[in-house]
Design a protein around this ligand. Structure first.
Ligand code: TRP
Length: 334
């Protein structure tokens, strides 16, 4: 078996939502046959780790359960807890010599996160903020991944990984392939409140674990065309989150087209448009819920997926690190 490899991951900060699904998870599920996949839970990279260890611990299992629920398959793919493979830390130290601080500070994703911290206090930015993107590079290079499917926000990190791989190979000999990025069908999903991004911290997410009733409630309260007061007013589709979700998740394209045509001329109310969206979302989510229920009833299976995946990843990491050490000529004592 000589399949190309995928490594991708997520920080354990909470349950997964539809933004994760359309931006990344869908691709992960689809690519499991074609690639050998490493799905990483990046616990070294949680910025408020000390504040809430219980949340992180809970999120590790919540995410693994979400993964199983959407159809990631531990028989084919490896579920990895980052800190159970401490080789990631060692590789990060070596690679951190080959990432310029200026280069890092121009990384837009990092910049946004840092601005947010600095708005609280200058001293609030820990050194790990500069090393975590390097660790993400180490995560990707460790299994010599060829492809990194993520949401749009992670693309700058993948680009950096390519640069570091090139630089390392030039200095020390060919060790790492240069990975490609792959962004999902919906690179950035708007929140139910109309904000640019669905996110836990913005409190505007529909979670994969939400039951049908909650999903319907969230949809019925969704932000829509603010200029429309009566169902007979002509509505706007452009920039309307309800229609963005229809486009993203309703497989019945004829229904969506019909709703749009009636909406712009004031011949359909928001209620009907939202009801149809709730139905489409719940149809998509029902099989996910069924699989989740099965795994929630057998937590030992979740644990087992994490244990076997992390064990396998550790062996792969040991192999890569022996090549890295040879390339760096760390064999001082023969
Ligand atoms: N930084 C990613 C996030 O915030 C998580 C992550 C860690 C990751 N290591 C990775 C993603 C390696 C892709 C590849 O979600």
């Amino acid at each position: 078996m000589n399949k190309k490899r995928i490594l991708t991951g997520i920080r354990p900060t909470g349950a997964l939502h539809l933004g994760h699904y359309a931006g990344a998870l869908e691709n992960w599920v689809r690519l499991q046959d074609e690639y050998e996949c490493f799905f990483l839970i990046a616990d070294y990279q949680v910025s408020d780790y000390a504040d809430d260890i219980d949340t992180v611990r809970q999120a590790v299992f919540e995410i693994a359960t979400d993964w199983l629920a959407v159809g990631l398959d531990p028989e084919r793919s490896h579920f990895v807890i980052e800190s159970l493979v401490p080789e990631h830390a060692e590789l990060t130290i070596w690679l951190s010599w080959y990432v310029g601080l200026g280069r890092l500070q121009r990384n837009p994703t990092l910049k946004a996160e840092m601005d947010e911290l600095e708005s609280r206090s200058k001293d609030a930015v820990p050194v790990a903020f500069f090393t975590y993107p390097v660790m993400q590079v180490a995560n990707i290079l460790m299994p010599k991944a060829n492809l990194v499917p993520t949401g749009e926000d992670q693309s700058p990190h993948v680009e950096m990984t390519r640069e570091v791989a090139r630089r390392f190979n030039r200095l020390f000999g060919e060790v790492f392939p240069e990975p490609d990025g792959l962004v999902g069908r919906v690179p950035r999903l708007v929140g139910v409140d109309g904000q640019a991004k669905m996110s836990k911290s913005l409190n505007n997410a529909i979670y994969l674990k939400d039951d049908a009733e909650i999903v319907t409630q969230k949809v019925m309260r969704m932000y829509t065309d603010p200029t429309r007061i009566h169902a007979t007013d002509p509505g706007h589709i452009e920039g309307n989150p309800v229609f963005m979700y229809h486009d993203a998740f309703n497989p019945d394209k004829a229904e969506v087209q019909d709703l749009k045509e009636r909406y712009v001329v004031g011949k359909v109310g928001d209620v009907e448009v939202k009801q149809k969206l709730a139905l489409a979302l719940n149809a998509l989510m029902e099989p996910i819920r069924e699989r989740r229920a099965r795994y929630e009833a057998q937590p030992a299976l979740v644990r087992e997926a994490l244990a076997s995946g992390s064990g396998y990843a550790k062996r792969v990491a040991e192999q890569t690190m022996s090549e890295v050490r040879a390339a760096l000529r760390l064999n001082y004592l023969g």
